[in-house]
Each structure stands twice: as structure tokens, then as C-alpha cells.
Design a binder for this molecule. Structure first.
Ligand code: HEC
Ligand SMILES: [Cu+2]
Length: 313
């Protein structure tokens, strides 16, 4: 339907219920006003002979009622909507991680095992998918009406969302932030497939072996860009070892401690002087003008993958 797109996830149904109930509340609060208004204009029109003496000037209980009831209702919706909203930012641990880079005017999607695609995103049905998103240039916004999700993609920052699409099919995916001349054509498709069909699709789109996984691309970059020259075990430069750093606490030179999440790794590469690791000199060069968002994603994915390798030792 044009005005009410299909809802293809549990979250989408919950959003519909919220919007529907909110709409019902708006009717509930507005309707009596207009019904009474109409009734009064007819009943008390000038030509009508009715008793106009001793009109009530106030009624305490009515006044308390029309303040307290909407207040409680609004609070109720606040709590309900906040719970739904927070859900979006707590992906299940086993979610499939897709990297998304937006740029004027296209979407780049990178699957965990290496397949890449432009303007379309294939996902398996019934599987939680986490999107790790950033922008190459200006602010974009990823909007999938059928999932009832929308999130900005901001240059220099990671934002994320997750969803679990249950119904197979092809659904519109759009940019919802005015991002320049061709904003209106920055659209794409979310293609939800049966898991076995998705596995087949992945195998067919792995580009005959040249397409390494994101982490493998990152490993190559890590060597080619000279990161390993400083961070490698054999290095003569004093630089922190990076194996397994993801998710661990890092002491900074200003005495604070920070968990090395994706944003921290990202910033350490692009703006190394923003947060300097404690006990080290700030000699790491800035890669801000050298790397595009996709390459930074790859490096971050590589650093993350070394955590899994460390944990299994
Ligand atoms: C010239 C040597 C040098 C090179 C080249 C270098 N780094 Fe660093 N790096 C350092 C030093 C020294 C630090 C610690 C001081 C700081 O945080 O700036 C560091 C810190 C980091 C941190 C934060 C580590 C922590 O424990 O908090 C990350 C992540 C990182 N580098 C990644 C990279 C990546 C990725 C590359 C390649 C694109 C790279 N580095 C290239 C010297 C280097
Ligand atoms: Cu856009």
C-alpha cells in the first residue's frame, strides 16, 4: 500500500502499534473538543431561545482532568517509545555485521565475508543484521520504510542500527537526508532472501577469490600502509601492540580509560592526537587525508578480527 508500507520485522509491527495508538490518542483528545464546539455553536446560536443565565465559570475537577489525563497519557507514550528506540541500539551479539558507506550519491554495502554491492543490500531472512555505517562526504540517512528504521550516516563517525527482516522480498531503501543535487536518486533496495538462497548469492558474488573479507583487506592495508612497521612485534619504534585491542580498556595519556570500540579505533587512525595511548609518544602519523572511509572500515575490521584470534589462543 502506498500510504502504509508493508511491515517486515517484529520491530516494524511494534512501531506500527505505537503510531496507531498514538494516532488514536490524538483522536481521543481532539474529537471531544470539536464535538462540543459544534454542539455549542448550534445550541447557543443567536436565534435559539435557550437559558443563558448563570453559566458556569469554572469546574475544578474538569480542569484537573483535562490536565492530568493528557499528562499521564503522554508519559506513557514517552516510556513506550523510548523502550522501542533503545531496542534499535542493542543488537544481539550474534548479529551479522554489514559495513555501509554512503557517498554522493550511492550506497556501498560490504558483507562480513567479502562480498560487496552498490545500492542493493541482500540479507538472509530471520537473521539479525547489524549495520555499521559511516559517510564519505556529507550527512546521509539510511531509511528502510518496510523495517521502520532510519539512521543518519555522519562523516568521521560510526553509527549503527540493527534489524531482523522476516519476510522475503524486495523493499525500497532510501536516503532520507537532503545531501546535494542528486539526493532524490540516492535510492536502493533491501533484498530479503531465504537463508540458503542468501548463502548461494554470497558464494556467487565473492568475485572469484579476489574479494578478500573486509578483515583480510584490512590486514593487507595494515602491511601496505606501514602500520605494522611501528605496531609489529619486531618493530624498533615504541608503539602499542594492537592484537586483540578491540573491546579492551585502554589507558590514555590524560589518565582516563576508554574501551577500544569501533569509534576509538577509527579515531586513533584518523586523528591519532585526539586520544593518545598512555606511556607512548604521539608520533603516529595522521591518516585523515590518506584513507577513504572504506579503507578505515577495513582496518577497523582487521583490528577487530585479531581479538577473535587472541581469544581463541
Ligand atoms: C610511526 C609509527 C606508527 C605508524 C606508522 C602507525 N602507528 Fe598507530 N600508533 C603509534 C603510536 C606511537 C601510538 C601510541 C600513541 C597514540 O595513541 O597516538 C599508536 C596508536 C595507535 C592506536 C591506538 C592504540 C591504543 O593502544 O590505544 C591504533 C588503533 C593505531 N595506532 C592504529 C594504527 C594503524 C591502523 C596504522 C596504519 C594505518 C598505524 N597505527 C600506523 C605509532 C604508529
Ligand atoms: Cu544521501
Amino acid at each position: 500500500m502506498l500510504l502504509w508500507p508493508p511491515a517486515i520485522s517484529a520491530h516494524a509491527h511494534k512501531v506500527d502499534l505505537l503510531i496507531g495508538s498514538f494516532g488514536a490518542m490524538a483522536w481521543l483528545l481532539t474529537l471531544p473538543v470539536f464535538v462540543l464546539m459544534t454542539w455549542f455553536t448550534i445550541r447557543y446560536r443567536r436565534s435559539n431561545q435557550v437559558n443563558r443565565q448563570h453559566a458556569p465559570t469554572h469546574n475544578l475537577w474538569v480542569e484537573i482532568g483535562w490536565s492530568a489525563i493528557p499528562f499521564v497519557l503522554a508519559l506513557f507514550f514517552y516510556v513506550w517509545a523510548t523502550a522501542l528506540f533503545l531496542d534499535l541500539y542493542r543488537p544481539p551479539a550474534n548479529a551479522l555485521e554489514m559495513h555501509v558507506v554512503a557517498k554522493q550519491w550511492m550506497w556501498k554495502f560490504q558483507h562480513p565475508d567479502g562480498a560487496r554491492e552498490i545500492n542493493s543490500l541482500h540479507v538472509p531472512a530471520g537473521t539479525p543484521v547489524k549495520l555499521i555505517m559511516t559517510s564519505e562526504d556529507v550527512i546521509h540517512s539510511l531509511y528502510v520504510p518496510a523495517l521502520r528504521i532510519k539512521q543518519d550516516l555522519v562523516p568521521g563517525r560510526y553509527t549503527s542500527l540493527w534489524f531482523d527482516a522476516e519476510k522475503e522480498g524486495r523493499y525500497p531503501l532510501r536516503c532520507a537526508e537532503f545531501c546535494g543535487a542528486d539526493h532524490s536518486v540516492m535510492d536502493g533496495a533491501l533484498i530479503v532472501m531465504r537463508p540458503d538462497a542468501y548463502a548461494e548469492w554470497l558464494a556467487a558474488n565473492r568475485d572469484g577469490g579476489t574479494d578478500a573479507t573486509l578483515a583480510q583487506q584490512g590486514q593487507t592495508l595494515f602491511r601496505d600502509l606501514g602500520c605494522s612497521g611501528c605496531h609489529g612485534a619486531a618493530s624498533s619504534v615504541k608503539a602499542p601492540p594492537l592484537e586483540g585491542i578491540y573491546g579492551r580498556p585502554v589507558g590514555l595519556s590524560d589518565g582516563t580509560t576508554i574501551i577500544a570500540d569501533e569509534q576509538y579505533l577509527h579515531d586513533s587512525i584518523l586523528l591519532p592526537n585526539k586520544q593518545v595511548a598512555g606511556g607512548y609518544r604521539p608520533i603516529m602519523p595522521t591518516y585523515g587525508n590518506v584513507l577513504d572511509a572504506g579503507q578505515v572500515d577495513a582496518l577497523v575490521a582487521y583490528l577487530k578480527s585479531t581479538r577473535a584470534a587472541e581469544d581463541s589462543k
